[in-house]
Design a protein around this ligand. Structure first.
Ligand SMILES: Cc1cc2nc3c(=O)[nH]c(=O)nc-3n(C[C@H](O)[C@H](O)[C@H](O)COP(=O)(O)OP(=O)(O)OC[C@H]3O[C@@H](n4cnc5c(N)ncnc54)[C@H](O)[C@@H]3O)c2cc1C
Ligand code: SF4
Ligand code: SF4
Length: 416
């Protein structure tokens, strides 16, 4: 079998699968709908379980050998990987083992091979952005919806002629032997959950937005500040199970949000000494060896309140009054905080259903379900179709990497 493998999604899981297939001599087409690869992990600052910076993630200290340096890896130059950013699947036909896939290639406004990151375009136009200093491909991206007068000037003056504002969408049909779905997850925007005021009150944010704030490469350069006025945050409250374990939204537990909320609580308590953290929860679900985050946060003085939030009110001084029913004390309590952080449900990404139905795969609450629910091979989604990482449901990085490796092993076995 010599046809390449198609990997859909270039987050941690898809990149792992692509690199390991390529290292085993298998030609791999790796696509991502965005112009920068890395997926959600690109924006998460420090990572449990090792507390490494996400850019250089050791992955798993208890099961060694999963060291990842994604953003310095040879993803772009590995000859067996054909990386296509701004690309989606438009249609799939053919038979398992010989799929014919139509790829929709978005306009290539910036040629990553020419861009030298000189910074001229980002200085003259807001439509150009450097997603992260470590981004891959190492190039700025262009958002046509933000285009302004400076964009044309940038195109004319780019020293390497990397910019083409007239670029158009194209299509390409590829024949592939196997398809790996690594489309990950999406953090639910909790504006639909009325009681928390997300989308209306600027000082109500999600955990993903908090991670971006804590990141020294982020907009606030790592400072914990109120989005409303830039004032230093002294009191943070986190609310667990927002949209998860809730029949109105997602009945399932999003599995990793207790651990990343505790990780953030730890970072704030240990690195931002003037800030206090409280966590409102139904149950704290720390799995595997992550219980240590719970112990550490308690030792660091983080306050835990078992209960539910009934309403949030904004005050004139920018603070928020949060009314909580404490189910252990059987009492209503009021807290005044600067920042309210919602641990929002992790949901399947946009267009996940289309991919499932075009390949006739099982759905597990909108994520990819295994072909055989009682087999041990959760990564086998169909004949010559596999899934790994967040595409199978909320998963941490070490688990995503392990699943990607299981996929690679299955594909290599099939080629013997
Ligand atoms: C706030 C927060 C903190 C976290 N902290 C940690 C932590 O400390 N440690 C840890 O181990 N894990 C953590 N995680 C989990 C971690 O983000 C995931 O384990 C990891 O991102 C999963 O990688 P993935 O490749 O499966 O998915 P993703 O990172 O979601 O990547 C999927 C990729 O697929 C692309 N894509 C999606 N749909 C399509 C499509 N149709 N066509 C083409 N491309 C597509 C996306 O653009 C994206 O690049 C955290 C998660 C959150 C929300
Ligand atoms: S001006 Fe050209 S080379 Fe400089 S950052 Fe922009 S696209 Fe890259
Ligand atoms: S992991 Fe924790 S916060 Fe997330 S849904 Fe499960 S119990 Fe709720």
């Amino acid at each position: 079998m010599t046809d390449p493998v198609l990997v859909i999604g270039a987050g941690v899981a898809g990149m792992t699968a692509a690199v390991e297939l390529a290292d085993n001599g298998v030609k791999t087409i790796l696509i991502d709908r965005k112009s920068t690869i890395g997926g959600n992990a690109l924006e998460l600052y420090k990572a449990f379980p090792t507390d490494d910076c996400f850019y250089c993630f050791e992955g798993n200290r208890w099961r060694p050998g999963i060291r990842k340096c994604f953003y310095r890896s040879a993803m772009v130059d590995q000859p067996n990987i054909d990386l296509k950013t701004d690309t989606r699947v438009k249609g799939i036909s053919g038979t398992p083992g010989k799929f014919s896939v139509i790829l929709d290639l978005g306009p290539q406004y910036v040629d990553p091979k020419r861009c030298t990151l000189c910074g001229l375009c980002t200085n003259v136009s807001e439509a150009f952005l450097l997603a992260s200093p470590q981004c891959q491909p190492q190039a700025v991206s262009y958002d046509p919806e933000k285009t302004d007068d400076g964009a044309k000037k940038a195109e004319d003056e780019c020293p390497t002629q990397a910019i083409n504002l007239s670029a158009i969408q194209t299509e390409e049909t590829v024949t592939v032997s196997d398809i790996v779905i690594a489309t990950g997850y999406h953090e639910m925007k909790p504006s639909v959950v009325d009681e928390y005021g997300y989308g209306k009150l600027p000082n109500v944010i999600t955990q993903l937005e908090l991670a971006q704030m804590l990141d020294p490469n982020g907009e606030s350069a790592g400072a914990l500040v109120r989005p409303s006025d830039g004032a230093q945050v002294k009191n943070v409250m986190m609310i667990q199970c927002v949209g998860s374990r809730d029949e109105n939204y997602y009945p399932f537990c999003s599995k990793i949000c207790c651990v990343f909320a505790l990780k953030h609580a730890n970072i704030i308590s240990s690195e931002r000494n003037d800030s206090r953290v409280s966590v409102v929860y139904m149950d704290i679900r720390t799995y595997d060896q992550h219980e240590r985050y719970y112990r550490e946060t308690r030792d660091a003085g983080v306050e835990f309140v078992r209960g539910r939030v009934s309403r949030v009110e904004s005050q004139k001084d920018g603070t928020l009054d949060v009314h909580v029913y404490d189910s252990l004390l059987n009492r209503y309590l009021k807290f005044t905080v600067d920042l309210l952080v919602l641990s929002s449900a992790l949901e399947p990404p946009e267009a996940a259903d289309e991919l499932l139905s075009s390949l006739g795969l099982n759905s597990a609450s909108g994520y990819v379900g295994p072909a055989d629910p009682i087999s041990e091979n959760e990564v086998v989604a169909g004949e010559h179709v596999y899934a790994c990482g967040g595409a199978l449901g909320p998963a941490e990085v070490p688990e995503s990497v392990n699943q990607a490796r299981a996929v690679v092993s299955k594909i290599l076995q099939g080629r013997k």
